[in-house]
Design a protein. Structure first.
Lengths: 667, 667
């Protein structure tokens, strides 16, 4: 029954495509634009190069998709590039990929949100002043949603991607059909001549080559997010690998069709888009503050009959929506990768177990904070943010393809079946070509983008790499220190147990702690109180004497209203007198339900407990008393972000026992 | 020996004066100015009223100081106004005073820092644009100092106050001596005619009265901080009350002399200071952005020979310093009052015990955050901030004087000794007059300042009042729930103890926990592991079988990598089967030294522990294993802010056992 339950939560291809592909597909919303922005530095002189650059991007897309179909088949566990590289090229190369991917997730949010906002502003130019606040608002919204544990799966999340595909395809088809009937679409910006930068329209030789390479590097943003399916194989229905590979191809074909269609129409409709509005001759408004509509917006407007047609708003809405959805995928992918890294002890271990929501929440908040900083610093400008983005993408592409080549080499070294060998050899050629091509692109991106901002991504990745190495080193050192050398020698049992029950007043939690301590029948048992307030101590002593409690009460002096020091001092004095005895300190606590109640109950017991833990030979025993308010704290369990991608089931395992928000105070 | 130690840390009068009086004495740096700012709305027409208003302030100062000498004698425990009012007028009136005082502490920081920065800018006008950042910087500096636990006492803290007194007295004497020789000082602003606001120079009747009252209310800022000595009586040497009363008088006389001197010289030197620089005719620079030098700066400049004389810089330096020091007193007074309120269960209990640094740190951070917000919102403008300040001061003055009247009434009701009765009757007259006078001032302040910002202080005080009442109510409810009705019935001892040792791997902490559990000889003992990772669970089972550990190992299933749920479920199943058994869960933990190490070690054990505390019939037993890094965590104890004022000793009680920074992880 449980595995059936699991099966139900796995994703059919029709749901997996939108969930994993919103990120790569949404990239086509800005890829064409980025190519044009580079080429128009030479006015309209070099726009004729666009088809060639687009062809390069399409070829690259085909190579990368084919290569990742191999990854999905060979590594179905969902580790993606990180797993491929770690297995085949060793842990350090794997860590480089991991660091790049972590940076990528951050940039996915920033770029997607910025582009989404750009498309909203293209529809409603009057709110262009609110660009940065809107972008920040979306990041806050996404993190709030993920902190509350909104599930990623389901139709609500699938619909925008399909609507986006439908809208863009409709636009492309309509555009070409209109052309057939002689109504060639004309973009609103076609009327403005483009002023070239510093005679860049006369570029030739090396200068022209560099321009092409820069345009190509910018166009490569179409490939961001392509690897996401390879991280989600466990979430697919069986046969997992085959379904994932099919979805991969479907995604690739859709992306290529949309990218080619948009690029072709942008050229046909003569979209003139520049990085600096002042280079558009006679552009209305103050060119220093006016932004240009996105390429998608210009096409939709020219094809669907102007800036106020219903279909224009529809295209802008679904484009913005799919981009925001793409940003959301990072909020799900980030904890997933963190969890795998934590399993390998490169990140704090608590990120591994699903149970710890705090860790996930911290991850989400960190992602949000970094993104808000980026969006504010770069004024939510897509082009500037993209410079930081693609370097990491191609680092992981290249390394994973090299890893795959090694994978096939290793397989071929032992495999004898000629059919398998043949298939492996074909795969090796594919991945070898992929490695060469993506490696070349990596070099191109490095050369053309480094000084434009990519250096910052490199610095961030290097810092992450160093941090993860350090964490692993620490965990290894602790494991070594804790390792058992001689089981017999290490298993010494204390000769006696000296039990102490800490008492502040004679209330129910105290009585329970006394009862539990007595049930243990320790060798020595005494109650201990710290004389913080003279009056209340005397009062306690009197009540104690009147009662028929058999346990003697010891009073510790504390001239300066301190609790911790006298108790720790007393425990140490016991250990000094009889070093082979273990001291068991019973602490009566009471458990409350609301977080604010927690703030009101004595934190100094928490401090005392942690101080006692530093003392060798001590056990710290919490005896809880549940206040009635503690039962009010029932709260349904939340899902951790990324659980859909991991193929984990929905809801609680045991619906009769909801998780509780837990806060404990002490008596 | 310990009491000798205590005696040494108590303050002689020569140190107590500067420590407690920096706040009231520094008020004279802005009191004269605030009177002038109000009167100059009528141009120079009403400056002739200044001596009368100043006389009112001096009379008020005499009354308040005399009244507080009574408080110091009757309530030597340092509770100050709060104690007087609570004892005599009941807890609700006491809470009103407490809320007012808490608001006051906040405003002391804001006003003093703003005025300090004002005096720095008067010396270096070129940095006037940095007013707000400088003010914020000082707040950050003060909180950092207090977070690090810098001691308040000592010569470094006493010197600025004496230097300030010396500087101001020197300036006043020099000014008058120069006058005797015919060189009457002339302020730099004397040359600018003051343009009255809307014909306010022709005010008469009620309008003129209101102007006088507003000027008087503003001048009353000279009294802020006067009560501080009454909160610090325990820090004085014996005879405490007498010494405190003497210091009180010395402070009052000094304050009056300085205030009168400054006010007289300001009139003689014709200091023209307006709330709006544009009302100074022909003032150089853009009047919208140029600020005027402080009254102190104008006097120092005119008396000591210009803006670049050494003595001018000296006066500005000591004035700024004493103001910053006054702000620091709030960082010490705030935790002190909080501690008393916590003792009365109006604030979280952890604020009461000195040991809890976290609580003090939170208080300091809260104080800093609120002040930064205020300084930014009010652009560090002294005058605007002062509107929020004096209402709270006079609320506590008035209520405490009424309380004192009640105190003497109560005493006179039983006292028969005629000498004592006579003295009490005289005291009653003093306090009765004080109550009437300060009550009148309270009404004046309320009328003249409410709409100018004082309403915000009222709102804050009301919120604090409500919060404190709520906290007290909660504590009372918990105490009632925990109270023992029937000692016999409540002291039930469990029939058996079922002990569980949680095991993840077979390392040293596990072996220690097993040994300790065995030493307790529980009725049932078993080791339990959660099968999170299949491989490692199998590995553990094999090792366990090989070893000669006598305790059986039970494996709990966990299909979703969760630890908490299976363990809690198992514990509950034991309780269901045998409700009279207590379940003891032993958790092996390891203790690390650095805070960052703490982040790396499994927080999920912390979560498990708090979840277990919700389960009735359970004991949670931490068995610590100290890693070598844990010994590196030695750190000397820090003093809590306000400890000097409380009369607590310096340093550690036991210098051989320094406090440690404690962080614990779990295995």
């Amino acid at each position: 029954m449980r595995s059936e339950e699991l099966g139900e939560t796995l994703l059919p291809k029709r749901l997996a495509l939108p969930i994993f592909a919103s990120d790569p597909l949404s990239s086509v919303a800005y890829a064409t634009e980025e190519i044009l922005l580079v080429l128009t530095v030479g006015g309209t002189a070099f726009l004729y190069l666009t088809p060639w650059i687009a062809a390069g991007v399409v070829l690259l897309m085909a190579v990368v998709v084919t290569s990742y179909r191999q990854v999905v088949r060979a590594y179905p566990s969902g580790g993606g590039s990180y797993e491929v590289v770690t297995t085949n090229l060793g842990p350090n190369a794997g860590l480089v990929v991991a660091a790049s991917l972590l940076v990528d997730y951050v940039m996915t949010v920033a770029v997607s949100v910025a582009s989404g906002v750009d498309n909203i502003i293209s529809a409603f130019p009057s709110i262009s002043a609110a660009r940065v606040p809107m972008a920040v608002g979306f990041v806050v919204l996404l993190s709030a949603m993920n902190l509350r544990g909104v599930r990623e799966a389901g139709r609500a999340f699938a619909a925008p991607t399909y609507l986006f595909i439908f809208g863009i395809v409709l636009m492309i088809v309509t555009g070409f059909v209109k052309m057939l009937f002689g109504h060639t679409p004309v973009a609103s910006s076609a009327q403005y001549a483009v002023i070239p930068v510093d005679h860049k329209d006369t570029l030739a030789g090396l200068g022209l080559l560099m321009l092409c390479l820069r345009a190509f590097a910018s166009g490569c943003t179409a490939l961001t997010g392509v690897e996401s399916i390879s991280n989600g194989v466990p979430a697919f229905r069986k046969p997992k690998s085959k379904n994932a590979a099919t979805t991969m191809s479907a995604m690739g074909i859709t992306a290529v069709l949309m990218f080619v269609g948009i690029t072709a129409l942008a050229l046909i409709a003569k979209v003139h888009k520049t990085d600096d509005t002042c280079r558009l001759a006679n552009y209305p408004g103050d060119c220093h503050t006016t932004s240009q509509p996105t390429v998608i917006a210009q096409l939709a407007s020219s094809i669907f009959g102007g800036d106020h047609s219903v279909l224009f708003y529809f295209i802008q809405a679904v484009t913005a929506l799919v981009l925001i959805l793409a940003a959301n995928t990072a909020f799900n992918g980030f904890p997933l990768l963190s969890s795998i890294l934590a399993q390998h002890r490169y990140l704090p271990r608590q990120l591994h177990t699903r149970g710890d929501r705090l860790a996930f929440s911290n991850g989400i908040i960190a992602l949000a904070v970094v993104n808000i900083a980026l969006l504010v610093a770069y004024k939510a400008d897509v082009t500037n943010l993209i410079h930081l983005y693609i370097l990491g993408v191609f680092t992981s592409f290249t390394l994973s393809q090299i890893g795959m080549v090694k994978h096939w080499n290793r397989l071929l070294a032992t495999e004898t079946d000629t059919k398998v060998r043949g298939s492996a050899k074909r795969s090796r050629i594919i991945n070898g070509f992929g490695a060469g091509f993506t490696g070349l692109v990596l070099v191109i991106v490095m050369i053309t983008k480094f000084t434009e901002g990519a250096w910052l991504a490199v610095v961030a990745a290097v810092l992450l790499f160093g941090m993860m190495r350090g964490i692993r080193k620490h965990y290894d050192a602790v494991a070594e220190e804790l390792a058992v050398e001689d089981l017999k020698a290490e298993s010494v049992r204390p000769s006696k147990v000296h039990a102490i029950v800490l008492v502040s007043t004679l209330h129910k939690p105290t009585l329970r702690a006394l009862g539990y301590a007595q049930a243990f029948r320790p060798d020595i048992l005494e109650a201990v109180t710290v004389a913080v307030e003279k009056d209340s101590t005397q009062d306690l002593q009197e009540k104690w004497a009147e009662s028929e409690i058999q346990v003697p009460l010891k009073v510790l002096d504390s001239p300066f209203r301190e609790i911790t020091k006298p108790v720790v001092g007393y425990v140490r004095s016991i250990r000094r007198t009889s070093p082979r005895e273990a001291v068991a300190v019973f602490i009566p606590e009471y458990v409350v339900g609301h977080w604010w109640e927690h703030l009101l109950h004595n934190q100094s017991a928490l401090w005392l407990k942690s101080r006692l833990l530093f003392t060798p030979g001590v056990m710290v025993i919490s005896v809880p008393w549940q206040l009635t308010s503690s039962t009010r704290a029932d709260r349904p369990a939340r899902r951790a972000p990324g659980s859909v991608r991991r193929g984990e089931p929905a809801g609680n395992l045991d619906p009769t026992e909801p998780e509780k928000a837990v806060h404990s105070g002490s008596a």
